[in-house]
Design a binder for this molecule. Structure first.
Ligand code: SF4
Ligand code: SF4
Length: 439
């Protein structure tokens, strides 16, 4: 054990702003069933890098037996927040809530190095602000289209840029300006109307994977939904929740609730697993705020991953054959966070001609995990390598993923190995099938 409680009970190491819930900590009965499912425990072999060990540390800090030391912070931050432990846990321990709260405490009470703080600040402020991200995307698009990217990559100078250089390696082909254009505010339903839904366009999804949002709107419209895309929506705050910046995340959550309430929609549809998972848990994030607690609960109940909505009834319209071998990667925040596993498979299997091959260990983390792959690239690399090996075994031409972070990470791994495998979202495949052409 890297950290031993002293046995001396003093004041808690945590303050009273969203401390890790004491009752949730006591739900853990130390059975260890979660250990074989925890990626960091399997790689590092240290109890303190397992769910059980981390809960032990959180409890020790709650009781004032240990402080928020370098060791404590390291064990907390090495967690992927993949929530595989929640799936395995027979006692129903809400590990995600405990870890998110613990990280909130770390954010307030721990002094990161100036370099770490600057890097996190840069990433979080860029990726959670659509206006900034729009400007950055324009520059990146120029960088790729002008041929500068090829030159820079060939020159090897990216190595000199440390973590920023590693980020560059994750860059997908940025869609051109025409494809990055905002969706109309309303995309009307075709045929018999099934409902009116709001669409969260996200941040990374909106600019790096604009085609996924267009495909989502088209497929929902094809299936009888009016799709409302509020212009004033912003970031949902999911990255901030995972990184412990809870106050900023709460502000974005409140804004998201306001925006979709004004849109008067039956449901709020999300096509990014990380965003959906956090939005389904706004009730927890905002439970101490009298003006929002009830509204957050109502809002969370309305959130659906797009696959949930599409799988609940037979698909409308004519689907054309797609003769492709396809496999599916379960994004952690869809499989473990939202317990959505069958729905994406159901809609993929509805596509005629498509040969679906199951991926071994499909719900193991790919190492993306928010910004984990930028903060802990060596560890993230091990998880990615294993994922790519499993994908290779399937012989698939297409890997399907319901989360933009996973798509970026897996695409990078495939490219590095020279594998000619595309990574797409389930709704893109459906959209191709509706239109009889591949995007
Ligand atoms: S969330 Fe994932 S990495 Fe963290 S303790 Fe649970 S299984 Fe391990
Ligand atoms: S499986 Fe659940 S109860 Fe058992 S050690 Fe892990 S977190 Fe605790």
């Amino acid at each position: 054990m890297a950290v031993q409680p002293t046995g001396k009970i003093t004041a808690s190491a945590f303050d009273q702003i969203d401390p890790p819930d004491a009752e949730l900590q006591l739900d853990c009965v130390h059975c260890g069933f979660c250990l074989p499912t925890c990626p960091t425990y399997l790689v590092l072999g240290n109890e303190m890098d397992s769910p059980r060990g981390r809960i032990y540390l959180i409890r020790a800090a709650s009781e004032g037996k240990i402080g928020i030391s370098d060791n404590f912070v390291r064990h907390m931050n090495l967690c992927l927040l993949c929530r595989a432990c929640e799936t395995a846990c027979p006692s129903g321990v809400k590990f995600g809530f405990l870890m998110e709260s613990a990280r909130g405490q770390i954010e307030r009470h721990y002094q990161y190095s100036a370099a770490d703080r600057r890097f996190k600040h840069l990433i979080l402020r860029t990726f959670t602000d659509p206006r900034r991200l729009r400007a950055v995307t324009g520059l990146l698009s120029f960088y790729q289209r002008s041929g500068l990217q090829k030159l820079v990559r060939a020159s090897g100078t990216l190595r000199l840029f440390g973590r920023l250089g590693k980020m560059e390696a994750l860059l997908p082909a940025i869609p051109d300006k025409r494809r990055r254009k905002d969706l109309p505010e309303v995309v009307p339903a075709k045929g018999e109307k099934r409902g009116r839904v709001g669409l969260l366009v996200g941040c990374v999804q909106r600019f790096f994977f604009a085609d996924v949002n267009s495909a989502t709107a088209r497929v929902l419209s094809e299936n009888g939904y009016d799709v409302v895309v509020p212009r004033d929506q912003g970031c949902c705050g999911s990255l901030l929740v995972h990184e412990g910046e809870r106050e900023q995340a709460k502000a974005l959550a409140r804004r998201t609730i306001d925006v979709f309430e004004r849109a008067h929609v039956d449901l709020v549809v999300v096509n990014a697993a990380g965003c959906g998972s956090v939005m389904k848990e706004y009730w927890e994030l905002l439970h101490t705020e009298p003006a929002y607690a009830q509204r957050a609960e109502t809002f969370s109940k309305k959130v659906r991953d797009v696959s949930q909505l599409l799988a609940q009834a037979p698909l409308n319209g004519r689907l054309r054959a797609l003769k492709r071998v396809v496999t599916y990667h379960d994004a952690c925040h869809l499989a473990h966070g939202q317990k959505v596993r069958q729905e994406p498979r159901t809609i993929l299997k509805a596509i005629p001609g498509l040969q679906f091959v199951e991926l071994r260990e499909s719900d193991d983390c790919c190492g993306s995990a928010g910004i984990y792959n930028l903060l802990y690239p060596e560890l993230a690399r091990q998880f990615l390598d294993r994922k790519i090996e499993r994908i290779k075994e399937t012989g698939a031409e297409v890997v399907v993923s319901g989360n933009p972070g996973c798509s970026l990470q897996i695409e990078k791994g495939l490219k590095e190995r020279g594998l000619n495998v595309r990574v797409v979202h389930p709704v893109e495949l459906l959209d191709w099938s509706y239109h009889g052409t591949e995007g």
